[in-house]
Design a protein around this ligand. Structure first.
Ligand code: MN
Length: 204
C-alpha cells in the first residue's frame, strides 16, 4: 500500500493536508473517518485504516443506514493515517480545493472481531482483495455491520456501500445531509454562497 499517488497529487507548501507518511505505530484499534468534502461537487470520503494507511472511497450521496440503499463508492488513492484528523480549507488551485469537515469517526473491526488488530487486518485485507469487504463500525453516526462490494462487470474502481440489516439499520429514508449540523463549516459556506449561485444561473 503506497502513498505515492497521494503525495504526487498535492503540493504541501500550499495545502495544510498531512503529507503522506505511513503510520508504523500500531494502535490497539483500527480507525475510520468519513469526511464531508465540498470540492467541485459535494461528496463524502469514506476511509478505513488498513496497514498504516487509509483505504479511501468517494461516496457522492453519502453513507446510509438503510439496508435498501446501495451507495456508489469510487475507490481513490490511499490516504495517510493522519488524514483521519484533517478538517479545513484546501486552497484554490490545489487538488480537491474546497472545504473538508469530519462527518463521522470512530473505530471498526472485521465481522469476526477477533480482538487482535493484526488478525483483523488480515481478514479485512482478504475482503478488500476479494472485492467483498465486510466490517463493523463503531462511530457516532454509523454503527453496526456494513459491506463494500466491488462491481464485478468493470475493472473500474466502482464499489457499493451497503448497510447490513442489524439492530442499527433504519428502514425509513436516510439522508446523510440531514444528519449534518446546520452550522457546520460547509453548510455555513453553502448558506453564504447561495444567492450568488442563483444569480450566476440567471445569466445567459
Ligand atoms: Mn474528497
Amino acid at each position: 500500500m503506497s502513498l505515492a499517488t497521494y503525495n504526487t497529487k498535492r503540493n504541501f507548501n500550499e495545502t495544510s493536508e498531512p503529507s503522506g507518511k505511513k503510520n508504523d505505530k500500531q494502535q490497539d484499534k483500527l480507525s475510520f473517518v468519513i469526511q464531508r468534502h465540498k470540492a467541485s461537487h459535494l461528496h463524502y470520503d469514506f476511509r478505513l485504516e488498513m496497514e498504516g494507511v487509509l483505504k479511501s472511497w468517494a461516496v457522492p450521496k453519502g453513507p446510509s443506514l438503510n439496508p435498501q440503499d446501495k451507495r456508489l463508492a469510487m475507490m481513490v488513492e490511499d490516504h495517510p493515517y493522519d488524514y483521519k484528523d484533517f478538517a479545513g480549507v484546501i486552497p484554490e488551485g490545489n487538488y480537491g480545493a474546497g472545504i473538508v469537515e469530519i462527518w463521522d469517526s470512530g473505530t471498526y473491526t472485521s465481522l469476526e472481531d477477533s480482538g487482535n488488530v493484526k488478525e483483523d487486518e488480515k481478514l479485512l485485507k482478504a475482503g478488500l482483495a476479494a472485492g467483498n469487504l465486510k466490517f463493523k463500525m463503531h462511530g457516532k453516526k454509523l454503527k453496526g455491520e456494513f459491506a463494500l462490494v466491488r462491481l464485478k462487470d468493470s475493472n473500474s474502481n466502482s464499489w457499493l456501500l451497503i448497510k447490513h440489516n442489524d439492530s442499527y439499520a433504519v428502514h425509513e429514508n436516510y439522508n446523510s445531509e440531514e444528519n449534518t449540523p446546520k452550522n457546520s463549516p460547509i453548510n455555513k459556506w453553502l448558506a453564504s454562497h447561495k444567492p450568488e449561485e442563483k444569480q450566476a444561473k440567471k445569466k445567459p
